[in-house]
Design a protein around this ligand. Structure first.
Ligand SMILES: Cc1cc2nc3c(=O)[nH]c(=O)nc-3n(C[C@H](O)[C@H](O)[C@H](O)COP(=O)(O)O)c2cc1C
Length: 478
């Protein structure tokens, strides 16, 4: 598979899932189109060109990862994999990719598609890219939403790639918001503790696989996310060493910016419409990056992935990946009786439902607590475990189990002072430390009652078949 975004676009167009939009306004209109497309539309990928006020060829892509077919295509899987098989396919593939993270280390090359244009000094002008103001109360235009922020640990030299929101301040300065505990933040804090500027590279236009891997806690140890990208591609990813920062940057990206995050400078950042569906926090001071280099292809494509109230631009891919990742974490922790995990798109990683085959007393609580503290689900606030007859992805099943198998005083446990995102709307203001509670809901039939719990109303499959044959047509029963 190629990491050239243009190949991806061609394939998506052949699949009939690409819509070109000419003349849309970067100021709120594109954000609104993208929102309607995700919430009420067919969820096609949208390629904006030209954007109002910008020359033709300065393009913006959104909704790259909002369907099963495009998520599969992006991850080097057959795009026609049936939707109901994708969860299992991803679970198996994640194990393969995790085993192969060291197999394809990034390969250094001298030039790539992104070096078609290299700007430095006065040539740098980030305003030449069609950066949207996505939501009406945003404090500015956000150039990094579907982005990949590359940093290095000052001690170990480990490279990290994470997706953190990037606000455009002016032609050569951006602001950078990474939550406490995220690797990008740990990296710049370590430089700043030594009063040093932290080198940062940000890919802001690229194949959606780079965004997809940067935006989740992809299992990549002992390598970096570059190793995961190689494992998915089944070949090394080509990187160029940026002369300014010494950081590796994807050679075939559309647009990459590099520079320094100084210890003694910050600028007002936010508010920004966030993944919870709220403007998570008011404006606050956040670190900046003095941009020293801009690399871009001719006719560059900026990749947008704005957060929204669910369902949003990329919440489908997150639901699928988080479900598969959490399931694998539970199996690896010694819980083979976990049957299915679903982190529904509407809860945007805040709620997970796990079904299991109960074998011993206390097992359901072990599984729920393990999931509640897993790094695969950092913002998991409600973790529910259910019996294997309940489908975690079926909201009707889940509510029925919750309502008929729980006694709140015994079955809901509260974990206090757990990690949570400062962007949580229940947090009053962007605090230095965010600790929130989490609820673990055991909606399994109590183990000691498994044999005497009232029988649920069930219908013999043979009877269903007979009834459908006899009455189905007349009564429209399916
Ligand atoms: C579209 C999108 C936007 C995100 N924005 C942020 C952000 O602004 N700040 C942040 O800390 N995490 C953000 N995240 C979550 C991180 O990218 C995610 O937790 C990732 O695993 C962080 O990498 P790390 O664990 O290596 O730090 C975002 C994720 C996505 C998919």
């Amino acid at each position: 598979m190629s990491l050239d975004l243009r190949h991806w676009l061609k394939k998506v167009e052949e699949m009939g899932e690409l819509r070109r939009v000419a003349g849309a306004d970067w100021d709120l209109e594109i954000g609104c189109i993208n929102r309607l497309n995700a919430q009420a539309g067919p969820r096609n990928a949208l390629l904006f060109d030209p954007v109002k006020d910008y020359p033709e060829g300065y393009q913006l892509l959104t909704s790259s990862l909002s369907t099963p077919s495009r998520t599969a295509l992006t991850f080097n899987l057959p795009h026609d994999t049936p939707e109901n098989e994708l969860l299992d396919v991803f679970r198996k593939k994640l194990l393969v990719w995790q085993n192969e993270v060291t197999k394809y280390p990034p390969r250094e090359v001298k030039k790539g598609l992104v070096t078609e244009n290299v700007n430095s000094g006065d040539e740098i002008n980030l305003l030449k890219f069609p950066v949207p103001r996505w939501h009406d109360l945003d404090g500015g235009r956000y150039i990094g939403t579907g982005c990949a922020v590359i940093t290095r640990d000052i001690d170990s030299g480990d490279i990290n790639i994470g997706c953190y929101r990037i606000m455009l301040h002016n032609r050569n300065t951006v602001g950078f918001y990474s939550s406490p505990g995220k690797h990008g933040r740990i990296h710049y804090e370590k430089y700043h503790e030594q009063n040093k500027s932290c080198p940062v590279a940000i890919s802001i236009g690229h194949h959606p696989l780079i965004f997809a891997v940067a935006g989740v806690e992809f299992p990549h140890y002992p390598a970096s996310e570059f190793g995961s990208l190689g494992a998915v591609l089944e070949r090394p990813i080509d990187v160029i060493i940026d002369e300014v920062t010494g950081l590796p940057i994807p050679a075939d990206s559309e647009i990459v910016i590099t520079g320094w995050c100084p210890p003694d400078k910050s600028l007002p950042e936010g508010p920004f419409g966030e993944f919870t569906g709220y403007y998570g926090s008011k404006q606050g001071l956040a670190p900046i990056i003095d941009v020293q280099r801009v690399y871009h292809r001719n006719n560059p494509v900026l990749l947008g992935g704005p957060p929204e109230r669910t369902p949003g631009d990329h919440t489908y891919y997150l639901a699928l990946l988080k479900s598969a990742m959490l399931h694998n974490v539970l199996i690896n922790n010694g819980f083979p009786d976990v049957k299915k995990v679903w982190v529904d798109e509407m809860g945007h990683q805040i709620m997970a439902v796990i079904s299991l085959k109960q074998r011993f007393a206390g097992q359901s609580k072990q599984i729920a607590l393990c999931a509640a503290q897993s790094r695969a689900l950092p913002v998991g606030r409600y973790i529910m475990v259910v019996d294997e007859d309940i489908d975690p992805a079926n909201i009707r099943d889940v509510i029925w189990a919750l309502c008929t198998r729980t006694d709140p005083i015994y079955d809901i446990d509260i974990i206090q002072r757990a990690w949570f995102s400062p962007l949580d709307p229940t947090v009053p203001e962007r605090p230095a430390i965010t600790l929130r509670s989490k609820a673990v809901i055991d909606a399994c039939i109590p183990f000691e009652r498994l044999n005497d719990y009232p029988d649920p109303i069930r219908t013999d499959p043979a009877l269903i078949q007979n009834v459908k044959e006899k009455w189905g047509k007349a009564l429209d029963l399916h």
